[in-house]
Design a protein. Structure first.
Length: 339
């Protein structure tokens, strides 16, 4: 009988300090997330220096809590998986150094994980992956369509050329005086709205799977600015609904076209913006009609967490990947296959 694999995951790439233990890459044993959102809220976005300091304060507590909840001793672990990049350099460094220290102290192998691969593998904690598959990774830092022929094989077929979708959500929310992070507030307003301002759809050149959200964001800002100059008050929910309609329509259409062209067996969505109700409904209905299996992880696995890093790290570990004690945070890390 094969021995069970327990991996400790560590994630500190942005504003959540997280640690988790995952069994065999599919089963969450513990999942601890310390959010810093309250500290960044008053600045309207993540302040890198503050993020790093919070990670330093929280990381040991969070790791100990993850092990305590899992009721495991370090020697029962098979490996430590940590987000190596991309992300904020100072934030990544805290997780990477904590992982190296822990691995060294307990003589465990260490595995460096790409944050987006983590988001994709969050799905595996709820639903086995079937290949070929298409993953839509849509978050505060990324908007990508990734084609996977098998485990650890990543082909980025589309990505944002400017802002990530979540970034656009947060910036539009800011002009509507909504708190950070603005995505959930726009989502809520859009649902309450009885009307929608018409904003452009940015399709880019024919056949492209890339995205662009900065033009849409500017168009919302211009609309607000013009209304203010004319002394008109604009119902914020109409702006929120109009913006969300544009994002949802373009993202759904491009994901559907890619899934069809690449003849995938499964479509998955991941990342913070995959928590968006409008987008979830649109994608779910579209793929139901198409008869294609479509999955989105539950909300707590959509936003940053360490269980997804442990899940991805387990597959890398099984494939023989090992990091070294010279591992560093890689803020601009590119997505590479694990084969
Ligand atoms: O994946 P995540 O936690 O962190 C990154 O890796 O970026 O995503 C955070 C992003 C934020 O921009 C936040 O506004 C957005 O996800 N977000 C949403 C919703 N919930 C979170 N955007 C739209 N609708 C939501 N319901
Ligand atoms: Zn993320």
């Amino acid at each position: 009988m094969n021995k069970d694999i327990y991996v400790l995951g560590i994630e500190t790439s942005c504003d959540e300090t997280a640690a988790s233990v995952v069994k065999n890459g599919t089963e969450i044993i513990s999942n601890v997330v310390a959010s810093q959102i309250e500290s960044h809220k008053r600045f309207g976005g993540v302040v890198p220096e503050i993020a790093s300091r919070h990670h330093v304060e929280q990381i040991t507590i969070v790791i100990e809590e993850a092990l305590a909840q899992a009721n495991l001793e370090p020697k029962q672990l098979s490996a430590v998986a940590v987000t190596e990049g991309p992300g904020l350099v100072g934030a990544l460094l805290v997780g990477v150094n904590a992982a190296k220290a822990f691995a060294f102290a307990h003589q465990l192998p260490i595995v460096g994980v790409h944050h987006i691969a983590g988001h994709i593998y969050a799905n595996r904690l709820e639903q086995e992956m079937e290949f070929p598959l298409l993953a839509l990774v849509i978050s505060g830092g990324h908007t990508e369509l990734v084609y996977m022929k098998e485990h650890g094989d990543f082909e980025v077929i589309g990505e944002t050329r400017d802002d990530a979708a979540g970034e656009a959500y947060d910036k539009v929310a800011r002009t509507l005086n909504l708190p950070y992070p603005g995505g959930p507030h726009i989502d809520r307003l859009a649902h309450e709205s009885d009307g929608a301002v018409e904003f452009p759809r940015v399709w880019l050149e024919e056949g492209s799977y890339d995205f662009s959200f900065s033009g849409l964001k500017s168009s919302v800002l211009n609309y607000m600015h013009n209304a203010a100059q004319r002394g008109e008050t604009v119902p914020p929910e109409h702006v929120a609904a109009g913006f969300q309609n544009s994002v949802v329509e373009v993202v759904t259409a491009k994901t559907l076209r890619a899934a069809t062209q690449y003849k995938v067996k499964q479509v998955i969505a991941a990342g913070g913006v995959a928590a968006n109700k409008g987008l979830r409904t649109s994608l779910t209905d579209t793929f139901k009609e198409k008869g294609l299996p479509f999955y989105i992880p539950s909300l707590k696995l959509c936003t940053d967490n360490a269980a997804m890093i442990a899940a991805a790290g387990t597959v890398m570990f099984e494939k023989g990947h090992r990091g070294t004690m010279t591992m560093n945070g890689r803020p601009g890390m590119a997505m590479a296959s694990w084969n």
